[in-house]
Write a protein that binds this ligand. Structure first.
Ligand SMILES: Nc1ncnc2c1ncn2[C@@H]1O[C@H](COP(=O)(O)OP(=O)(O)O)[C@@H](O)[C@H]1O
Ligand SMILES: [Mg+2]
Length: 286
């Protein structure tokens, strides 16, 4: 019997997360695999104590890339890899990794600053606003559920958003108005598209379901399939959810790539249980 760990963040305990863990555990049980839930706080300490009874595989459902890297260093086969998770978790890294490989909205990264230092010169925000036009998107490098994605209608609004972001990393991006409030989520496992949904929100420019977006099953166009698969391949993901925007002529623009896509909504939307796809895929490669 193949033995695996499902590594989960110790502090995220909402139903959203717990349901995903349960789906993965049930999918593993259906395949006759033993999948043990391991919390990140316990693992950190176990590692320090030198307890390393490694399983055959690890499904890493968190963004704790240090812990993922430590597991890899110890010899575990980690899905997704620490590197792929890190690239997805930081939207600046994602954009750098995908540069020249897939089309993305035009993006300007904010230069690095530090706590207590801030930006003594905000000229780069004004220049980005000029380059990208108004309104523009201001997006924290690390964020989920649309919570850290903002729309600046004027340069003044952009400045107040930047004030609130403080010293956290962020980027500024062309607002793809042809895609306002709508996008396509493409779920991929092992280099194959397993499900896709069209998400739309009439009340917000962000289509995230958590923010009230609605969804319906979507048949990807060949262009959308190419873009999503190219993004997944470039980052080296075993499984992911790619968000695609609609460009001016409907062409796909990669918005972001999720290494731990919350597949509960896709299960509700089109009945595809991504947990089964993930477990099948892992069973085929270990
Ligand atoms: N450049 C953009 N132009 C238009 N809409 C965008 C843009 N970037 C993000 N959005 C909208 O905001 C949503 C959230 O952005 P995303 O980058 O996917 O962050 P998160 O990780 O929080 O989901 C997207 O699904 C999309 O609807
Ligand atoms: Mg998203």
């Amino acid at each position: 019997m193949k033995r695996g760990w499902l590594v989960a963040n110790a502090f995220l305990k909402t139903r959203k997360f717990l349901d995903v863990y349960r789906y993965l555990e049930e999918a593993a049980a259906r395949r006759g695999m033993q999948l043990t839930l391991k919390k990140t706080d316990e693992l950190c300490v176990e590692f320090a104590l030198g307890e390393r009874d490694l399983p055959d595989f690890v499904i890493f459902w968190d963004k704790d890339v240090h812990l993922a890297a430590m597991l890899e260093r110890a010899g575990a086969r980690v899905f997704n890899s620490s590197r792929a998770i890190a690239v997805c978790d930081n939207k600046i890294d994602t954009a750098i990794c995908l540069e020249g490989k897939v089309a993305m909205p035009r993006t300007v990264f904010a230069p690095k600053t530090f706590d207590g230092v801030g930006y003594s010169d905000r000229g780069f925000v004004a220049k980005a606003a000029q380059l990208l036009g108004m309104p523009m998107i201001v997006k924290e490098a690390c964020g989920s559920f649309g919570w850290e994605v903002y729309l600046a209608r004027t340069p003044d609004e952009a400045h107040s958003i930047v004030d609130k972001i403080g010293s956290r990393e962020f980027l500024m991006q062309e607002f793809v108005s042809s895609s306002a409030g709508r996008d396509v989520r493409v779920n991929i496992v092992g280099g194959k598209i397993v499900s896709a949904m069209y998400r739309f929100n009439d009340h917000d420019f962000r289509s995230n379901i958590t923010l009230g977006g609605k969804m319906r099953p979507h048949e990807v166009t060949p262009e959308q399939a190419r873009a999503a698969l190219a993004a997944s391949r470039a980052i080296g993901l075993d499984f992911c959810g790619v968000d695609l925007l609609f460009g001016k002529d409907g062409e796909p623009l990669v918005c972001e790539v999720n290494s731990n896509p919350n597949f509960k909504s896709s299960l509700e939307c089109n009945g595809v249980n991504m947990a089964d796809c993930i477990v099948d895929y892992i069973g085929g490669v270990i």
